[in-house]
Design a protein around this ligand. Structure first.
Ligand SMILES: Cc1cn([C@H]2C[C@H](O)[C@@H](COP(=O)(O)OP(=O)(O)O)O2)c(=O)[nH]c1=O
Length: 269
C-alpha cells in the first residue's frame, strides 16, 4: 500500500500533515544512516521528504583541531567555548531547516534537533550529571524555544558499546565510552523524553529502518490518543497569536542569521 500524506499517523491525530521528523540519539546510534534511509523510503512512496542535517560543527572543528595538532574541537577551543559554538551553529542549522521547510512544504527528516544540544551540554559538562539542568542548558533552552517541537521525534536507543564500535569502524572521529554513556543517560533524563518514540537501534540498518517507516505508516490505534503537539489551551485565537509571535521571532532571527559567512559555515557543518 502506498500511503499519502494524510494517511500518516500525525495527520490522523488531528495535528495536520506530517512536516518534521527528528532523529535523535547518541553518536553512533545511526541517526545519519537512518535519516537518509527514511527520507529515501518516504520519497519512494511519493512523499516530499528531504534529509536535513542540523549539525553543530563539532566534527568539523575536530578535523580542524587535528590539522592544527590538537586532539579535538574541545582541546582547540576549550570545553565551554566549543559548547557555545556548537549551540550557535546548531541553532542556525535548525533555523535554516525550518525556513526551508516553510518555503518548500517538504517533510524535513532531521538528523538531530534541539534536544541533542541539551543532551550534549549535559554530557560535556565538567562533571556530567545527566539529570541536572545547568546554566548553559538553561541559556540554550531560552534560545531554542523559538523552534517548534517536531511532529515525531525518534530516539534511536543503542547500547553505548555498540555505538562505540560503530564510531571506531567509521573511522573519521572518536568518542570516549564515558562520554557515550553520559550522553545516553542524558537523553534518558531529558524532560522531553516522554514525547520521544523510542526505537531499538541495536539492530541492522534494515531492521531499524523498518521500525521507523513502520511507525510512520501504521495507522494509530482506534482509541483516542491525546496529542502533545498542540496543547488544547492554545487552539483558536491564542494559537494564532503564538504562531504569529513565533514567526516574528523567526523573521528577526533570520535577519540576524543572514550574514553569508555564517550561512556558509552552517552549510559546511
Ligand atoms: C545504523 C547503523 C550504522 N552503522 C554504521 C554506519 C556508520 O559508519 C556508523 C555510525 O552510524 P551513523 O549513522 O553515522 O550514526 P550517527 O549519525 O548517529 O552518529 O555505524 C552500522 O554499522 N550499523 C547500523 O545499524
Amino acid at each position: 500500500m502506498v500511503p499519502d500524506l494524510d494517511s500518516l499517523p500525525v495527520s490522523r491525530s488531528g495535528g495536520g500533515r506530517l512536516r518534521t521528523v527528528a532523529l535523535v540519539g547518541i553518536d553512533g546510534s545511526g541517526k545519519t544512516t537512518q535519516a537518509h534511509q527514511l527520507a529515501t523510503a518516504l520519497a519512494a512512496r511519493g512523499l516530499p521528504a528531504t534529509y536535513r542535517r542540523n549539525a553543530g560543527g563539532r566534527r568539523w572543528f575536530g578535523r580542524l583541531a587535528v590539522a592544527l595538532g590538537r586532539m579535538d574541537g574541545e582541546h582547540l577551543l576549550g570545553r565551554r567555548a566549543m559548547l557555545f559554538v556548537e549551540s550557535v551553529l546548531r541553532w542556525l542549522a535548525i533555523l535554516r531547516t525550518l525556513l526551508r521547510r516553510r518555503i518548500t512544504g517538504e517533510i524535513s527528516i532531521m538528523d538531530r534537533y534541539a534536544v541533542c544540544q541539551y543532551a550534549s551540554i549535559r554530557a560535556h559538562a565538567k562533571t556530567p550529571r545527566p539529570g541536572r539542568l545547568n546554566r548553559a542548558e538553561r541559556r540554550a533552552r531560552l534560545a531554542y524555544r523559538v523552534f517548534p517541537k517536531p511532529d515525531v521525534t525518534f530516539l534511536l536507543a543503542v547500547d553505548p558499546a555498540i555505538a562505540y564500535d560503530r564510531i571506531e569502524r567509521r573511522g573519521y572521529d572518536h568518542e570516549e565510552m564515558a562520554y557515550l554513556r553520559a550522553a545516553s543517560a542524558a537523553y534518558e533524563a531529558l524532560p522531553e523524553r516522554p514525547d520521544f518514540v523510542v526505537i531499538d537501534a541495536n539492530g541492522t540498518p534494515a531492521e531499524v529502518g523498518a521500525a521507523l517507516i513502520g511507525y510512520l505508516t501504521t495507522p494509530p490505534p482506534a482509541v483516542a490518543v491525546p496529542t502533545a503537539r498542540v496543547p488544547v489551551g492554545r487552539r483558536g485565537p491564542a494559537a494564532a497569536l503564538v504562531s504569529h509571535g513565533r514567526m516574528l521571532l523567526l523573521a528577526g532571527a533570520t535577519l540576524a542569521a543572514a550574514s553569508a559567512l555564517t550561512y556558509q559555515l552552517a552549510e559546511g557543518f
